[in-house]
Design a protein around this ligand. Sequence first.
Ligand code: FPP
Length: 241
Amino acid sequence: MALPELDRKRLPHHIAIIMDGNGRWAQKHGLSRAAGHEAGMKSVKAIIRACRELGSIEVLTLYAFSTENWRRSKTEVGTLFRLLSKYVALELDNLHKEEVRITAMGRLDDLPSRAQEDLRHAVELTASNKAMTVNVALNYGAHAELADAARAVARDAKLGMLEPESIDESCFSRYLYLPDLPDPDLLIRTGGEMRLSNFMLWQLSYAELVFSRVLWPDFRKRHLYLAIAEFQSRKRRFGGR
Ligand code: FPP
């Protein structure tokens, strides 16, 4: 099927994706949840490539593990972090060659140590790449991010480095995990649910939200293009007229 036409001059700068539906995809195919996540990795690869090809997408943020995901079985949590390490081992060289920078956000200190090491390596190796940033949200929750920012603001105020009166939106946002990334202008959630699930609540204030019924392991370039076409069909007013 032909890809939808996109206006290359009005591509989103930052696409954030809630990758949902791995479990349901697995169930539909009579497979284990682990197989669903494994299949989801293929979509990760395909969507990074599609964004890279589009050229002017600056950031792609992927919600890979939330602060609430620890409630899943130990086996499933283990599978997810093993997949992360496997992905880094298989794809890092390629991503680096493609000039992709990798960043991560979340309470990273609480991740299993192997995952922390693999991530740190990927982030350090690719730190000066300029073509596109792939930002992985891991042990991420927007409430945790805002609480962490508030704690850091309070600490600086107590040390006399910050006047409480000077704390405004732009000052506060400097305390979020990755203040230098532009806010997402397009949020895509796959898997048919229509909620934000504690994802980037500060940064998504003006994002266009696109919900796709496609389960994440089935999500490919065509579905990404459909979401971007939907984004381009919307009128963005940012509260103005
Ligand atoms: C949601 O599906 C998906 C996740 C909780 C994890 C997504 C992770 C990956 C695709 C692999 C790791 C990613 C990277 C970037 C290394 P679900 O299990 O909630 O699906 P369900 O709602 O159908 O049960």
